[in-house]
Design a protein around this ligand. Sequence first.
Ligand SMILES: *Cc1c(COP(=O)(O)O)cnc(C)c1O
Length: 393
Amino acid sequence: MSKTNWIEQEIENLKSQGLYNNIRTIGSPQGAWLVVDGKKVLNFCSNNYLGLANHPDLISASKNATGELGIGPAAVRSIAGTTTLHVELEKRIAKFKGVESAITFQSGFTANLAVVPALVGKEDVIFSDKLNHASIIDGCRLSGAKIIAYEHNDVKSLEEQIKNNLSQYRRALIITDGVFSMDGDVAPLPEIYEVAKKYDILLMVDDAHGEGVLGKGGRGIVDHFGLHGKVDVEVGTFSKAFGVVGGMIAGKSIIIEWLRQRGRPFLFSSAMTIPDTAACLAAIDLLEDSTQLVDKLWQNAKYFKAEMKNLGFNTGVSETPITPVMLGEAKLAQQFSKELFEAGVFAMAIGFPTVAQGKARIRVMISASHSKDDLDKGLEAFQSVGRNLQLFS
Ligand SMILES: *Cc1c(COP(=O)(O)O)cnc(C)c1O
């Protein structure tokens, strides 16, 4: 028996359960339409909320910066990897989000791996929403702190866990996603803040799907709820609405200063590249200039969700442009996605363990890059596949 035999068996298991990742290949720039595995399809899958992933301003900013400063940072931030562009991006992010200070990372994932272990350790406790993102969970595990999961978006459950456990630990941290990516619901941040204040606990929100989407002109969940200065740590990403790649943490200066000393991905993994950093700056310019793209995103999302309801689909509890189409069984969701693709619409089926058993769905990601005509084409495809699968007459 070979040393890797167990991997072959695990992969066979995944395949037989319908859980093996079959990865599709994109042969075009991001946008409302994509070439997927050689076929032109309507794109209902990307996190490209504002259509910035292929925006001419971002492309020219990154070309110009590359001409001036090259491509690679060639070092970690704390040695020789901090360019004028990185410094400028951090200043602009802090101003955009209305916080004292900000720091950038290679991704949202590494931002979470940086911040949690920098704030809590073995003698401490983390109160974490049950549905928090995998990168938060990994950051929590790395910290060595005790992790106590509270019921999803349930402030009573959070407070109960705090009352029962807080006194046994040195320090504490509350962590929640801002927008939950599978359902599109929003954390009750004002109520969570009240609890954090009552027990004097640090509060952290991961705003990956709220950045560029929620708040005035996409300033995020803290702006959306008017909680400026009250949330200690905001984690964000440049890979979703910003259309680039990279991560950020925004908040109080003292916390950001500490992350420059103790954020391990900052100290031990190279900086964001020059073209990415320049493209992020161009994205902030666009967002500060006008709320037009964010407005269009919400207009599209409202139209699509209302029309899906009219057709008889259940779009769950979403309050954001993330539109889950609840189908129940994983097999049905997979068949639905397959038939949509044949009808020219690219929308992924999501099943267990990403969502609970019996809660399989198609997740539609609406973007400002969709025209009304695109949305109507998508609605038509959903209706015809729904009829074909006898979900309604
Ligand atoms: C997507 C996502 C991340 C990871 O962001 P990347 O920049 O893609 O690494 C982190 N947290 C949440 C909540 C996310 O949705």
